[in-house]
Design a protein around this ligand. Structure first.
Ligand code: NAI
Length: 321
């Protein structure tokens, strides 16, 4: 069992204490790491510490707090910091969580590059900025990678590790091990690609969903049911490739039986949608019937979603893999 203050051999710095930075702080603390939380807006750090306390206490009460330490012990591992250099000092890993803006992130990584030692891993939470753009020209490029989480990271464990062409394999290995240690499920991309793996899959699904609605094949509400009451249930446990393997007598048998049908259907897919105009209006109205787009309704529905994900995560931990 990890003890408070365990930080083998250093702590973690989280840079940017918004939505994602707060989640990372909770995850690292849940595994016993000391976390220094830095933000350019000192108020953000103060707010983060207050909201982390509230959330971790609530999780402890409901039995969903991760890790073996109590909420109070985990909270004692997280401290706010008003100086970037101080936050990074002695850290084994820096997790950048500032807004998704290439220039902003490049500026920050240039600062980190100046103060980093030769051992710390410099990791970006970026959802879609390519490592070759983010880390170009940095002296410590071998120590840099993207570790892209999925929202909300506390309940959805996947993290995509995306290297720069010059990232050292040891940097990826260390980050992979760290992610496993904090209970996340890392996957390695062997080279960078726009959208990484998760968003490429997600956008493929969104594009076909949009086309089916645009072409009048199915209503927006029914389209979402195809996923939430159909494919999604299966995909919470097995991926599309294992689905193929299980849906016939193994993968080769599936390809043998279904490849012609798949290719025939795939050839009918239309062009990239515009995601605007009459279809956008139609989908928007349909979504608003279910969840009006004011802040209160959206927040309530997100809280419901996160509660469902929290329970699903717990169920997955209990079931044999
Ligand atoms: P956010 O807007 O909630 O938080 C960003 C924080 O960074 C703010 O507190 C801001 O004050 C701070 N900040 C701005 N400039 C800074 C600087 N130079 N130094 C230190 N702090 C600075 O953003 P969010 O949603 O947490 O996103 C952070 C990153 O995580 C982005 O790259 C985003 O693409 C990625 N991400 C976001 C997901 C999401 O669903 N929100 C999911 C996965 C990744």
């Amino acid at each position: 069992m990890a003890s408070p203050g365990f930080s083998a051999p250093g702590g973690v710095a989280v840079v940017g204490s918004g939505l994602i930075g707060r989640s990372w702080a909770m995850l690292f603390a849940s595994a016993g790491f000391r976390v220094k939380l830095f933000d350019i807006e000192p108020r953000q750090v103060t707010d983060a510490l207050v909201s982390l306390r509230k959330e971790m206490k609530m999780l402890e009460l409901s039995g969903y707090l991760k890790g073996q330490l109590g909420a109070e012990e985990q909270l004692s591992l997280i401290s706010g910091c008003s100086d970037l250099q101080e936050a990074v000092e002695g850290a084994l890993h820096v997790q950048e969580c500032v807004p998704e803006n290439l220039e902003l992130k490049r500026k920050l990584f240039a600062q980190l590059d100046k103060i980093a030692n030769d051992h710390v891993v410099l990791s970006s939470s970026s959802s879609c900025l390519l490592p070759s753009k983010l880390f170009a020209g940095l002296a410590h490029v071998k120590q840099c990678l993207v570790a892209h989480p999925v929202n909300p990271p506390y309940y959805v464990p996947l993290v995509e590790l995306v290297p720069h062409p010059e990232t050292a394999p040891a940097t990826v290995d260390r980050t992979y091990a760290l992610m496993r240690r904090v209970g996340q499920s890392p996957v390695r991309l062997l080279r960078e690609v726009d959208g990484f793996a998760l968003n490429r899959l997600q956008y493929a699904v969104i594009a076909e969903a949009w086309r089916l609605v645009e072409e009048g094949v199915v209503s927006p509400g029914d389209l979402d049911l195809v996923m939430s009451d159909g494919l999604g249930l299966r995909y919470a446990f097995i991926g599309p490739l294992e689905t193929m393997h299980l849906n016939a007598e193994g993968m080769l048998s599936y390809c043998d039986r279904y490849s012609e049908g798949m290719k025939r259907v795939l050839k009918t897919f239309g062009p990239v949608p515009e995601f605007s105009g009459a279809t956008a209006e139609k989908v928007h109205q349909a979504m608003c019937v279910k969840v009006p787009d004011d802040a209160e309704h959206l927040a309530a529905r997100r809280a419901w979603r996160d509660g469902c994900l929290m329970r699903l995560a717990q169920l997955k931990r209990q079931l044999p893999q």
